[in-house]
Design a protein. Sequence first.
Length: 514
Amino acid sequence: MRILRMSADPRHLSFAVPRFIIESYPGLVASLKSHRARRLLWPDQYDLQLADSVSLTDGISPEAQIRYSLTRRTKRTLFEIVDLLDEYVGEEVELTIGSCHSLDSGSSFFIEVLTQRSSRFKVRTTSDHAEYPIAALSPDEIRIAKHVVNGKIFDRDMLTYLTKKAWRFLRAGDAWGAATMLQLCPTNIISASAHQALAVAHVALNLTEDAERHYENWAASGSLLDSARAKYGLAMLYARHHPKHMQSNDRAAEYLNSAMSELDYLETLHPESDVVFDKVFNRNGYALIEFRRGKPDVAIKLLQDGYRQLDSRNERDHMHRSVLLYNMAQVNARSGNFENAIALYEDLLRVDPNMPEYHCELGLCHLKTDCFQAAIDQFSAALRLDPYIPETYAMLGYLYGKTGDSSLAIENYRLAWELDRSPTTAYSYAFHLTNAKNWQIAARVLNEFEIADVDASLRGSYSACMAEILLRTGNLSEAIAYLKSTRLLNPMDQRIQRNYDELLRIAARNTLSA
């Protein structure tokens, strides 16, 4: 076993822990072949745009970028990094991290992934101020630290520098680092562009109320065009990103229409201004609202009109045309027009064949039309592009279950479970394990969660699966107690009540026959 010890340092912006591990193994950097892993850990040194076989989203230039990674997408890169570390070190590693109160947020998230995924690393954190080595400070971290006074940076030139760096970090998928560096600046000197970057970072981190505040500040502190763009961001918070109880199609529509009025006024005020892209982007958002209002034909027309207005020779327009094509396919699929959706997804994949999510969406359309082998082919293609998408394994597990290949179904659900430790994935995996009478592993998987922590809509199925395991392994009284506690959580669920009553009947029969 190898012992590694490091201290967290407040000067680190992000991902100091994985960088320290890599630095501890000479030659590991050269072995880190993953372009997206390199870019995440060292945003200034590597550019995914230079890599082969990347999607339009990942390969687009900074100036034309319109999509940024949410945490769940960055998590896939971290899974890849952990697998690369495990393969390279070839030994058990005990990592102790001192001064853990100074640990950067990106490293904290990485440790969660490392703990879940790694078969080699054991991590211990301590608040002790031990004199352990630290991860090497990057040139950015050194420069930034020199300008920090009482925990803040007051230099406006440094704000410009930090804003530019923050956008590069966001492009790499590091919202933690982007937010950390910009939050060093007092609110009274933060520019419109910095508020924009902070809004994007907080959306990525699922801190949507903080994102709303920064979108509002962006709208208030910038130009008329800034205001229109910020209102689009606010609309998407209420349409998609806010928690369900905060979402509002009407509020989203208000923001979009207000932004559209500002774009119209800007065009009247300055006829030479080019706001076509922003108008198309705005109506793309409005198409989502119209679809949700039960007007798919109106939504598709908005998307088609936008598609025709953009120039495929312009990189940003070309990227957004692919987004519009995707949204057209989505509207058709969700309206049950699978033939149209399949044709649109196939067109999309001819434009952007390296986006795994597009293969997954096409696979879902084939599944809905009972073309199971075609669906398997598309989900398999997605995995060849990115083997760290848990939903893809789950869908393959479902498809192999439908086609009667129980061993492949179980294997794919196991792989989904390794990437996504959620009650939904636990239930799907355990259900197929019980079909194969593999009671012990199924019980271990389901016992990862207390039934109270399982969503109410899933408790009936989850508890039925667990009760069957207990019954089949000779633990009838435990099965009754389990369903009794579940029944108290969901007193109106008739399925849970029926299962509970059936177990009581079995217990009564056993008593009579004894």
